[in-house]
Design a protein around this ligand. Structure first.
Ligand SMILES: Nc1nc2c(c(=O)[nH]1)N=C([C@H](O)[C@H](O)COP(=O)(O)OP(=O)(O)OP(=O)(O)O)CN2
Ligand SMILES: [Zn+2]
Length: 148
């Protein structure tokens, strides 16, 4: 019929769902692989010994089949719980470099914060569900990591 919309009811549909979480933390950009002088040169004001803080905003996106029965890729309530465990408990109101053992030897750039969150979120979710971690470090600085 002209103008009608047909759909293959047997086709699998894939959806992307995102939950946004904010957290606050302080850090200092300082690489143990560089001298103090090199650190100052590379990181500038962000190498200030007393650190500085950010209100980070993290977007966690999962990708998967939209289950025919539940209508969900995954239950957002479960995603919320994973985010609490992986992001809020270890990172919120923390000094990333001093409170999070991972960053004792890994410089706490937003790229590396994204990798940290990806690795731990991937362990907390079902296999192959995690699609993307996007972090807004400031309104102007945004990092995307997709596990590559
Ligand atoms: N590749 C990266 N470069 C930089 C990172 C990073 O994580 N990855 N981080 C910083 C600093 O930690 C800091 O976040 C930069 O802050 P700032 O320059 O103040 O941020 P804005 O650009 O948004 O501020 P404006 O001064 O208003 O432009 C540096 N580099
Ligand atoms: Zn910073």
């Amino acid at each position: 019929m002209a103008g009608s919309v047909t759909s293959d009811s047997s086709a699998e549909r894939v959806g992307y769902i995102t939950r946004i979480q904010s957290f606050s933390a302080c850090h200092r950009l300082h690489s143990i692989h560089l001298s103090d002088e090199e650190n100052k040169k590379v990181y500038g004001k962000c190498n200030n010994p007393h650190g500085h803080g950010h209100n980070y905003k993290v977007e966690v996106t999962v990708r998967g089949k939209i289950d025919r029965v539940t209508g969900m890729v995954m239950n957002l309530t479960d995603l919320k719980r994973c985010i609490e465990d992986v992001i809020m408990t270890p990172l919120d109101h923390k000094n990333l470099d001093k409170d999070v053992p991972y960053f004792a030897s890994v410089v706490s750039t937003t790229e590396n914060v994204a990798v940290y969150i990806w690795d731990n979120m991937a362990k907390a979710l079902l296999p192959n569900l995690l699609y993307e971690i996007k972090i807004h470090e400031t309104d102007k600085n945004i990092v995307v990591y997709r596990g590559e």
